[in-house]
Ligand binder design. Structure first.
Ligand code: IPM
Ligand code: MG
Length: 360
């Protein structure tokens, strides 16, 4: 039995999670999986109802669950909440990561051949597409280091890493690389300036010795930002710390031209995880039916893979999505001029359900 906490959140969150749940239920039926779903409020929706973006009930539901399935949080209305600790991002997302111990954030950035025209780079630079996995450390660095705060006209954030924190995320990156055809890790740091980066680099080198089958290279973060848009095909797994990973994963995602397609998994020890689309709550299109549910649906596949041990069901969802795209179906965000028909959020979910239920 896999207990799943479902947090729809704000903006397009409720509608994309609706489609994700339909697909998970279809996969559960076909593969005889025992999944339970319990919903709770998070983000602005929770703030409006209870005065806190992460109410106690939501927090304990997530602590007791095997996996959290999240839509998105935030919106312009909530950016104005005076106490930053009550805004959805800082009051709900970051504490959830910390409380659940989700130190490893996996963000695939895949340019699907069927969507090659969506990539903002010149076509000849990305022939055959690319497949990058950003492995971002998620509970350390500048986001959580103490002291943090304002003292009059001075503000401080602290960047701290322990060796242990670097060791465990390095292992995640190398284990992931081992399961990929190219078996290579690019560790990204700023070792020419930062002490935490020097510790990062020596630690990564030490752990890499346990993985002789995986190639390790290092790159400085500024050079990496350039290399990503010059030649993204050179990358396989990118391993990096929290803030650099935040920035580089957005850059890599943008290069796919289809942020609405990219899932993400945040994993802790023991298989617990939080699964959510890489994109935000898109309040401008909420309720219009324009949202692309595929990133959320693919996040459901990652949930089955990492937290339910249901690899076959995960692959079935991924193949159903590839088939939908291969057949030419698109939501508005990824529809080129040549798309035969543009589907709304529900229609896209229905189509994936159809292919998951009956792949023939
Ligand atoms: C992300 C987001 C968050 C982060 C924000 C909303 C706190 O940008 O998940 O990448 O910086 O981690
Ligand atoms: Mg980000």
């Amino acid at each position: 039995m896999t207990h799943i906490a479902v947090l729809r959140g704000d903006g397009i969150g409720p509608e994309i999670v609706e489609e994700g749940l339909k697909v998970l239920r279809a996969a559960a039926t076909r593969f005889k999986l025992d999944l339970t779903f319990t919903e709770a409020l998070v983000g602005g929706a929770a703030y409006d109802a209870t005065g806190h973006p992460l109410p106690d009930a939501t927090r304990s539901l997530c602590e007791g669950a095997d996996a959290v399935y999240l839509g998105a949080v935030g919106g312009p209305k909530y950016d104005k909440i005076p106490d930053p600790n009550l805004r959805p991002e800082r009051g709900a997302l970051l504490p959830l990561r910390k409380i659940l111990g989700l130190y490893a954030n996996l963000r695939p950035a895949v340019l699907y051949p069927a969507l090659a025209s969506a990539c903002p780079l010149r076509a000849d630079k990305v022939v055959g597409g690319f497949d990058i996995l950003v492995v971002r450390e998620l509970t350390g660095g500048l986001y959580f280091g103490q002291p943090k705060g304002w003292e009059g006209d001075r503000a401080v954030d602290t960047c701290v890493y322990t060796k242990e924190e670097i060791v465990r995320i390095t292992r995640v990156a190398f284990e992931s690389a081992r399961r990929r055809p190219r078996k290579s890790v690019m560790s990204v740091d700023k070792a020419n300036v930062l002490e935490t980066s020097r510790l990062w680099r020596t630690t990564v080198e030490e752990i890499a010795k346990e993985y002789p089958d995986v190639t390790l290279t290092h790159m400085l973060v500024d050079a990496c930002a350039m290399a990503l848009c010059k030649n993204p095909q050179q990358f396989d797994v990118i391993l990096t710390e929290n803030l650099f990973g935040d920035i580089l994963s957005d850059e890599a995602a943008e290069l796919t031209g289809s942020l609405g397609m990219l899932p993400s998994a945040s994993l802790g020890a023991g298989g617990k995880g939080l699964f959510e689309p890489s994109h935000g709550s898109a309040p401008d299109i909420a309720g219009t039916g324009k949202a692309n549910p595929l990133a959320t649906i693919l996040s459901g596949a990652l949930l089955l893979r990492y937290s339910a041990g249901a690899e076959e069901a995960a692959v079935a969802i991924e193949q159903a999505v590839e088939r939908v795209l291969g057949d030419g179906f698109r939501t508005a965000d990824i529809a080129g001029a040549d798309a035969p028909g543009v589907l709304n959020c529900t229609q896209m979910g229905d189509l994936v359900v159809k292919y998951v239920t009956n792949p023939n």
